[in-house]
Structure formats: C-alpha cells, structure tokens
Design a protein around this ligand. Sequence first.
Ligand code: GUN
Length: 291
Amino acid sequence: MTARIIDGKALAEQVRGEIATRAAALAARGEQPCLAVLLIGADPASAVYVRNKVAGCEKAGIRSLRFDYSADVAPDVVMAKLAELNADPAVHGILVQLPLPPQFDEAAVLEAISVEKDVDGFHAENVGRLSQNQEAFIPCTPHGVMKMLESTGVPLAGAEAVVIGRSNIVGKPMAMLLTNAGATVTVCHSKTRDLAFHTRRADILVAAVGKPRFVTGAMIKPGAVVIDVGINRLTDGPDAGKLCGDVDFDSAAQVAGAITPVPGGVGPMTITMLLENTVISAERAARRSGR
Ligand code: GUN
C-alpha cells in the first residue's frame, strides 16, 4: 500500500483565506485583529517560529506586536508587559513563546495572560475547559491536527487513537481532543513498555516525540492515518541538514492509509490555528463592544 498524502500546506492556505476574509470584515468594523508575541532569549528554533507567526499575521491582515527580551530579563519586566497587554483593548491575542529561560516559572507566566486573550490555549482555565469539552481556546498544534483528520473523512468516533508524547503543548491536549471526538485514546511516552504493541493497534497514530524518524512502518497498522508532529533537523548521514519528522516517512508510507509529510504537514496548520484563534478573540471583542 502507498499512503495518501495529507497536504497541510494546501489545507492551511484554504483556511487562511477564510481567516483573512474574517479579519478584513473585523477591520472594516473598526476592530482589526491584533496578536502580541513575546520572545525571551535567543533560542534559534523559537526565533524561527516567532518570525513565521508574525509573517502569517501580516499575510492574513492581522496586526502583530513583537516584543523581544534578552535571556536574562527579570520576570517582573515580562509580567508588567503582560499586564499592560491584558488591559489594552486593541490587543486580542497574547503569546509567550516557549520554552522560557530558567528564572521563569512557566505556569505563572501562562496564567498571567488573560483567559480571553490566551490564543495558545495554555492557561489552566482553557486547559480545564477543554478537558470538560467546553468552549475554549484550543492549543494550535493539536487543533490543526484535528482539522487535518477531519479533512481525511476518517471516522473518529470509536477509532483506536494512539498519541506518542505527553507534553502540555501537544500530547495531552491532543488526547483530550480525540477523546472529546469519541476515539479510544492511548497516550504513550518515553516510559511506555512495548511501544509498538500500542502503535500497531492504532487506526489513528499521532507522533509528537521529537526524535527523528522514530516511528517506522513496522510499528504502523496497515491503512492507519499517521500524523507526524515532529520537526527535526538531521545532523548526520546522507540527509544531514534536511528537516524530517518523528516518522520514518518512506517505510511508513508503504503501510499507512494516509500520512502527513514533513515539511508541509502539521507545521503550516499550527500557525493557521493561531491566526484563527486571534480572529475568534477579535470577533468576541467586537460583539462585546457592539461593533
Ligand atoms: N513552543 C513550541 N510550540 C509552541 C506553541 O505552540 N506556542 C508557544 N507559545 N510556544 C511554543
């Protein structure tokens, strides 16, 4: 079998077109959507992500504000900026790029962002609301994955879903979303015994491990939908310097029914969902102020 490719880039372009239309309608009503992005330190991967987020905003007609801090900034300085942005009615979304330098208490920073502006969906209240299947800002990567799964038409209710990875950013919210959609969900991680036993039972397999080409074709159930959240830069071998996912694409594509590529899979959808959350927040603000 050769898997169908789930084209995240094409899906992202289609959704971003709809987002740009909504952003333009809001701007015409005097409520231009605006996202504030805070980058602390000089982590090269974070810098690339932030640049792509800001560029995505510009293309969709969303205003962006970017605040850069050195790695040794005092947490109070960042907390004061968050308070200022929370109080600014022209700002609809606030995002602090993770990871943070060691002097920061990550949970305290995430909870200092107003729940209404938490477009990353990382605030404990949004996490709690998602776990209760209530309306919430949904973390962007797993939300993008759900949109991609929906695009395949694969039934989620009753499906066996396996998520590899238990991070707060991807694995845990992914498991909650799949559970809310009626899948039977198993969360695997570095301590899981006999990982392949679990993955081979999965109708839907989501890999978010951060290890290049970790999931091979031998670990996949024939016909499964495989979603690769990983973005890794290969450091040696014939493909050194190239990007690859957590899935060994060549062997997996021989077994899976559908698979996301890296690049061009989950990545473009992640930023798309951030833009959508920002527009949703602006739409709510416009409703509140009667615009
Ligand atoms: N670091 C890695 N992924 C993310 C994300 O989706 N949002 C934020 N704020 N930081 C991240």
